[in-house]
Ligand binder design. Structure first.
Ligand SMILES: [Zn+2]
Ligand SMILES: [Zn+2]
Length: 252
């Protein structure tokens, strides 16, 4: 499987990542990637950028070193209702919105509360994809998430970094394999994300590829196996939003 799209990368703006967008784009270009998501952490994470950063994303060129750039965010779920840390008015202008649970930004809860928060966020029309449900930080019902992914056609990530971080590797791998098996069962769309926090990790998917291979997941189920399919999917999401007549524009 050739993956020419990395939708989950961080820049220095995230506060705990160490490369610029230019460096990430250069690395992506060297690896032959066609599409690069710039998804710095949402404002509730310590050290993450404030809303001014997200309000100025439109100045970023469409393409850097021949790689198409999708500027956006990895937004944080902040409560059991699945609300996010960025106003809808900002999300509406972004080219890519990833969403996940992160320690410090989310209070934690029972497996039922965490799963409910995650699934509520999946139903938000301003989000595009969900990330790293396999992280051991919060207990989640992975089968329900895989089922919802298929039902709502919302891609969920198999995160390469979770499988490469030494201290969490074993537990994350167990969860990851379990989640991949559920995704294989329900056939929801999958994305593989590097979650790179340094340029040398951009486009790195080898551990995640191993997991989906073991689960018997085919290339067709992996959205980022085709740059065109990713762009089509994102365009369709934005068209679907236009049909929503009344949406609150306050902080969600
Ligand atoms: Zn991070
Ligand atoms: Zn994350």
């Amino acid at each position: 499987m050739e993956l020419l799209v990395d939708l989950h990368t961080h820049t220095v703006a995230s506060g705990h990542a160490y490369s610029t967008l230019t460096e990430n784009a250069m690395a992506a270009s060297r690896k032959g990637l066609k599409l690069l998501g710039m998804t710095d952490h949402g404002p509730s994470m310590p050290g993450a950028p404030n809303l001014y950063h997200f309000g100025n994303l439109s100045i970023i060129p469409e393409e850097i070193f021949g790689v198409k750039i999708l500027p956006g965010v990895e937004a944080n779920i902040v409560n059991h209702e699945g609300e996010l840390d960025i106003p809808f008015s900002y999300l509406a202008k972004m080219r890519l919105v990833l969403v996940g649970l992160h320690v410090i930004c989310y209070p934690g809860g029972t497996s039922e509360q965490n799963t409910q928060a995650y699934i509520q966020a999946m139903g938000n029309p301003y989000i595009d994809m969900m990330v790293h449900p396999e992280r051991p930080d919060f207990q989640l019902d992975l089968e329900r998430i895989a089922y919802k992914s298929a039902q709502l056609n919302i891609p969920v990530e198999i995160n390469n970094s979770s499988l490469s971080t030494i201290e969490e590797k074993a537990r994350a791998r167990v969860n990851c394999c379990c989640f991949a098996n559920y995704m294989a069962k329900y056939k929801g769309p999958i994305i593989l994300g590097s979650d790179a926090h340094f340029w040398d990790r951009v486009g790195e998917f080898s551990a995640a590829l191993e997991v989906i291979h073991e689960a018997g997941i085919s290339e067709h189920q992996v959205l980022n196996s085709s740059p065109e399919r990713v762009l089509d999917y994102l365009a369709t999401r934005r068209k679907q939003r236009l049909s929503i007549s009344k949406v609150p524009l306050s902080i969600a």
